[in-house]
Design a binder for this molecule. Sequence first.
Ligand code: ZN
Length: 105
Amino acid sequence: MGMAEKKIAEQLFESVKKTHATGEHVASEESIFKLFEKNDSVARLFCRGCGSIYELDKKNAERLAVLAGENFTSEENNSDYFESEGCEACDGDDKKVYLRQIVKH
Ligand SMILES: [Zn+2]
């Protein structure tokens, strides 16, 4: 790729830049504990950066647990969810992952 092409590519990616992660989003109990839409989902990931919420299958939940430095099994952690500083939709740090618990009211 020549210099000119490289410049064009950079500008293109710049134009589809991700949402800026504000880090101010808070997960609501309803959004975390509503029924899963997919049959193989075992947990949810909430992004504090942009407020996006994702369903995780067992494999992805276990991957995030590794990042969070926690153990996760869908049986023992059925009232837990993952929280991250960023995700694929925003520019927050998606390597910062935590396992959280929502206190049910
Ligand atoms: Zn995000």
